[in-house]
Each structure stands twice: as structure tokens, then as C-alpha cells.
Design a protein around this ligand. Structure first.
Ligand code: SF4
Ligand code: SF4
Length: 373
């Protein structure tokens, strides 16, 4: 059984200790960071920088609290994420969303370089073969994985497993391309995009969202650069008409997320990774989308553990107890209290991520929740 620390978002007393930043500090004191990080050791704080229009991320104030606590044990923290759009632009996105050296008190760096191709091929497992892990994450000896929990059109639920699987792996590798990158999880086979001309209204949303600018509509006919395409699936996700599809399989996707997370975790020694799951601003979609919709579930709190499986199980158990928020996509979709909100929204068997992670030895789904009051 693993221990998962929990701080509720509800405020009982009007004092700093009962605020979310204050409770986060207390959570980090509870687990005793000296047991995980050493003096002068570099510690990556892996988070998601968001996008130009997706502001609901792990807030900089929380990252600052993590940075400050790590500094107190004498270690040297920095904030990092892998490249999603062009590297320099992604750093600007981080800055715009409030994540910069001044606000968080530590350097903010890209884990796989400005071009997103600074990565190392690592043996993952039977599903993925080899994948390209960001060099910085491969090299760093310790890490705090700060995950913004939310829904996801493909993963159904996005937490720590997804943050590592998609977020510590590059979009592509210098030699084996998307087949060793995130796209290997997103798609099956050759992953060719399929355009349905009958359904297409030429809204061009797919073209606008492509991070590599590899979609074209010459003479109103869809074409894309198959060589450069990362198979990230964003274009098909935003298509409002179902006019663009990327071949995928839910079971394959969920299991490959667990396998990629495992490959990343195995580059660290035991007890060198901590996980913080922020169950706040729980929007229906991923932080990489061009906009952040209103939350579908009220803020729940922050979880902390050194067991990725336990923290993910505790997160989904808490999420499943919530009622859908009014004036959100959840109420628009007529999801009733008592229903699994994220499952009802996306119809994805997200529980497979966590079950598979346990099966391959990343942790246990049996946990004890210790709430700080
Ligand atoms: S899957 Fe779509 S959005 Fe992603 S790189 Fe390929 S064409 Fe661009
Ligand atoms: S998003 Fe869909 S409907 Fe819009 S242009 Fe692309 S394929 Fe056509």
C-alpha cells in the first residue's frame, strides 16, 4: 500500500496555512524532501507550459512553492517541458502563462532543446520498441512531476502518466522520426491522416493548429507533409466535423502511455521522483489545445506521492465522486451527478493507463489517503 498526501481546495480558516499555496508547502514538508533530494543535486520540475490560449495550467505560484522547498534542502531546481510548438515560441508561451525565472525563482528550460530533437533513444517495451526521451530528463538525477489533471479527447484522463509519457518524450527523433516519438503512442500502423472531403467544411482549423505547419488546402483539397508530420493528432482532434482522422486504438494508446512513462521512470534511480497532481481548473481538454474551456469539475485539491500508480488511482477516485459543474461542457452534455464525468465526456477507457502501469510494476493501486487539515 502506498501513501498519498492530500490537501483539499476548500478553505476552512482565513489564514495562509489554509490557502492552496500554504497547503502545498505543508504537503511538501509532510513527505520530507530530504529523503529524495540531495544538496547541489539538480532537480527537474516537469510541468506543461500550456499554449497561447490555454491558460489553465499548474499555476506559477505553485511551481514557485515547489522550487522554494527544493532549494531549502540545498538542491538546484529548474522548470522544464518538452517542445510542443517551435522551441523559442514555446518559451514565449511559458512566459506569457507566467512561468519565467522571475516568477518561479528558477531557470525555465526546454527538456529537448530549441528544436525538439535533443533526445536519446531508450528501450521502452513490447508496444513501442524504442522511444526518444528528452536528453535533459534522461540525464537529470531527480524530478518532481507537476501534473495539471484534466480530461483529454484521446486519453480520457490526463494526469501524471500522461505528463511523463507525452511530456518527457519528444515529438520526433533525428533519425527514426515520429515512429520513436509521441506519435508512436497516438497512432497505429503508418498513421496516415484520412481526410473525408464530404464532411469537410474548409474551416481550416486543422491547418491552423498544426505545430509544424504541414497542412495545406491547395484548390480546397487537403494535403499534408507525411514526412514531417509528428502524428500528434491535434488536427483530427480539433476538426468539428469528424472530417479528419488519425488511425488509433484506445487499448493500444492507454497501454503505450504506461509503457512510455515506465521508460522515463527507469532512467531514474529508486525514490528520485515525486508526483504532484493538481486537481484544479479541471477542464475537459489537454493543456496543449488552443483554448481552455471552463472547468467541468470543481477544484478538488492537490495530491502528493512517490508512487505514480497510487497518485493516479487516488486522483481518479476523487474525480469520480464529483458532480458536473453547471454552465460547463459537462452540463451541456447532460452528464448526471454520480456519472464518471471524464469518461462520459470522452468515452475513453482511461483506467487502462493506471491498470497497465501497475501491471508493469510502476506502483500499486492500493493507497492510503492522508489528508492534511
Ligand atoms: S498530426 Fe496533424 S497537427 Fe499533428 S503534425 Fe501531423 S498534420 Fe500536424
Ligand atoms: S478541421 Fe475538419 S472541417 Fe475544418 S478544414 Fe480541417 S478537415 Fe475540414
Amino acid at each position: 500500500m502506498s501513501l498519498v498526501y492530500f490537501a483539499s481546495s476548500r478553505v476552512a480558516k482565513w489564514k495562509y496555512d489554509d490557502s492552496m499555496p500554504g497547503k502545498l508547502e505543508r504537503l511538501l514538508d509532510e513527505i520530507n524532501l530530504n529523503n529524495y533530494f540531495q544538496k547541489n543535486e539538480w532537480v527537474a520540475i516537469k510541468t506543461h507550459f500550456g499554449s497561447d490560449g490555454a491558460h489553465r495550467i499548474v499555476r506559477p505560484v505553485f511551481l514557485k512553492k515547489v522550487v522554494d522547498k527544493i532549494k531549502k534542502v540545498g538542491a538546484k531546481p529548474f522548470i522544464t517541458d518538452t517542445v510542443r510548438i517551435k522551441g523559442l515560441d514555446y518559451l514565449e508561451v511559458a512566459n506569457q502563462n507566467g512561468i519565467n525565472h522571475l516568477s518561479v525563482g528558477a531557470p525555465v528550460v526546454l527538456a529537448d532543446g530549441l528544436y525538439g530533437n535533443d533526445n536519446i533513444l531508450v528501450k521502452a517495451g513490447d508496444i513501442l520498441g524504442e522511444i526518444a526521451i528528452a536528453t535533459l530528463i534522461y540525464d537529470v538525477p531527480a524530478m518532481v512531476v507537476c501534473s495539471h489533471v484534466k480530461g483529454h479527447i484521446n486519453a480520457g484522463y490526463g494526469g501524471a502518466i500522461k505528463n511523463l509519457a507525452m511530456g518527457a518524450v519528444s515529438g520526433s527523433h533525428r533519425h527514426c522520426g515520429w515512429k520513436c516519438g509521441r506519435g508512436a503512442m497516438h497512432t497505429i500502423g503508418e498513421g496516415k491522416l484520412i481526410w473525408d472531403q464530404e464532411k469537410c467544411t474548409l474551416c481550416l482549423q486543422c491547418k491552423e493548429i498544426c505545430p509544424l505547419d504541414c497542412i495545406d488546402f491547395k484548390n480546397n483539397v487537403f494535403t499534408y507533409d507525411d514526412e514531417r508530420c509528428w502524428r500528434c493528432g491535434r488536427c483530427s482532434r480539433v476538426c468539428p466535423e469528424g472530417g479528419l482522422t488519425l488511425p488509433a486504438d484506445d487499448d493500444y494508446f492507454m497501454r503505450s502511455l504506461a509503457e512510455a512513462a515506465s521508460a522515463v521512470i527507469k532512467t531514474f534511480k529508486e525514490k528520485k521522483i515525486l508526483y504532484l497532481n493538481f486537481l484544479t481548473e479541471i477542464q475537459p481538454e489537454c493543456d496543449c489545445m488552443p483554448a481552455a474551456d471552463v472547468p467541468v469539475i470543481q477544484d478538488i485539491g492537490i495530491l502528493l506521492s512517490d508512487d505514480i500508480v497510487a497518485i493516479e488511482q487516488a486522483s481518479i477516485d476523487l474525480l469520480r465522486k464529483q458532480i458536473p459543474l453547471p454552465s460547463s461542457l459537462a452540463s451541456e452534455e447532460k452528464i448526471n451527478p454520480g456519472e464518471d464525468i471524464l469518461y462520459s465526456l470522452h468515452k475513453r477507457p482511461y483506467h487502462i493507463q493506471i491498470e497497465e502501469a501497475e501491471r508493469i510494476g510502476l506502483g500499486t493501486r492500493k493507497y492510503k489517503l492522508r489528508e492534511i487539515k
